[in-house]
Design a protein around this ligand. Structure first.
Ligand code: HEM
Length: 403
């Protein structure tokens, strides 16, 4: 069916398969050109929602006072109706509480804590790449990309070594990208285990504080009150939710893009482009989180459209990251791209709290590849993730030849 306003086939943007079975970049190009803000009709049991596709509109709406994150910040959750962590977890808390809560978490990420975490990220990534170089074929997704982010978050939160295996196991069961092959009840149970685990850990650290992130959060006050153990737990969990899958898929996309663009791999190896600039292009190119969702708290107008209080508004950062009004030849992977004002970490008051770590993880990967790998070859088709939120692959069979 052709969308009357878009002149392209209407896609169901809530359906995970849409993003695997269609050329979505072609779709977004047409949307930006012909109907940059449009109302997505209700489909199946889902209500309708606004779709915003241009970089400039997304940026300005991410600052808009009429938009709330408290009912969820991803489409699946707002379509279901509510986020149970709304008002407790930083990503789904609105002003006035959001700012002090965010400042508190940010203040716990001291340079000393971050410095030691980044040091470990570099060591671990280097060791992982050394292990896979010269293997005949291996899955980069499971053998490398999956191994870094959760361990980084565990280091950040000083999770005791003895508890890490449980946390990793629950997190794997809870992952949204694996829903197709996992049991929804099992996933829910695993998420509860994680929250309960963090509640116990928060109580322990409150009773005998150390100088780690959870102890800092447990001792500090937001609007004059200590956080409850449940609030501490959901905010610890939010670091896993925010930092695990996004980092993982961006690493997988980085390797795929470098294999598909050998000139860019050469530029990285011979030092023609800096690692800093390469990391930003990987983030733009991979757009790990395809959209951000909000709910209107009041009526407002965008691009001549009247948004009503209660409407769901989705901001497609994957489209903004490819907006030709901002990026020259957006479908070219250009590691030296500058400026590179991508929206992969969001924008405005909820800008990613883990951006420094996310960048450090990618930088460690690119540095380890350049140091240890001569040639990277695909060894089979990558397997895409079925999701309306997470963009990328869950399996990438490859072979790395040493330098
Ligand atoms: C927020 C993306 C890594 C923790 C966000 C947002 C995006 C994002 C788009 C904005 C959400 C919104 O506006 O509703 C990414 C990407 C990453 C990454 C692409 C990696 C490549 C991390 C890491 C952590 C983390 C490593 C934790 C250590 C958070 C938190 C928020 C957030 C806590 C909420 C901030 C707030 O609401 O004030 N992230 N993230 N992220 N991210 Fe990340």
């Amino acid at each position: 069916m052709t969308h009357p306003a878009l002149g392209v086939r209407a896609l169901d943007l809530a359906a995970p398969a849409t993003f695997v079975e269609n050329d979505v970049h072609e779709f977004w190009r047409a949307v930006r050109a012909d109907s940059p803000v449009f109302w997505h009709e209700p489909m199946g049991r889902n209500p309708g929602f606004w779709v915003v596709s241009r970089h400039q509109d997304i940026q300005s709406l991410l600052h808009h006072e009429a938009l709330s994150s408290a009912r969820g910040n991803v489409l699946d959750v707002v379509l279901r109706g509510d986020d149970s962590a709304g008002g407790s977890m930083v990503a789904v808390t609105d002003p006035p509480r959001h700012r002090p809560l965010r400042n508190l978490i940010w203040s716990a990420f001291t340079p000393r804590v971050l410095g030691s975490v980044v040091e470990k990220v570099r060591e671990r990534t280097g060791a992982l790449i050394t292990k896979v170089v010269e293997l005949d074929t291996f899955d980069f997704a499971t053998e490398v990309a999956e191994q870094v982010p959760m361990t980084t978050i565990c280091d950040l939160l000083s999770i005791p070594a003895a508890d890490r295996a449980d946390l990793l196991r629950w997190n794997k069961m809870a992952l949204s990208s694996d829903h197709a092959d996992s049991d929804e009840f099992e996933a829910l149970g695993a998420r509860n285990e994680i929250v309960l685990y963090f509640m116990e850990l928060a109580a322990l650290r409150r009773a005998s504080p150390g100088d780690d992130v959870i102890s800092t959060l447990a001792a500090a006050r937001v609007e004059g009150e200590l956080l409850t153990e449940a609030e501490l737990a959901v905010n610890c969990y939010s670091l896993i939710l925010g930092g695990d899958e996004t980092s993982r898929v961006s690493a997988i996309s980085a390797v795929l893009a470098l294999m598909e663009n050998p000139d860019q791999w050469d530029a990285l190896r011979d030092g023609t482009v800096s690692f800093e600039s390469a990391v930003e292009e990987v983030l733009r190119w991979s757009s790990p989180a395809m959209h951000l969702a909000r709910t209107a708290k009041a009526d407002f107008t965008i691009d001549g459209h009247e948004v009503r209080e209660g409407d769901i508004v989705t901001l497609w950062t994957i489209s903004g990251n490819n907006d030709e009004a901002v990026f020259d030849e957006p479908r070219r992977f250009t590691l030296s791209r500058s400026p590179n004002k991508h929206l992969s970490f969001g924008h405005g008051p909820h800008f990613c709290l883990g951006a420094y770590l996310g960048r450090a993880e990618l930088s460690a990967l690119l540095r380890a590849l350049v140091a240890k790998v001569g040639r990277m070859e695909p060894r089979g088709a990558p397997r895409p993730i079925y999701s309306n939120f997470l963009n990328g692959y869950k399996s990438l069979p490859v072979r790395f030849q040493g330098r």
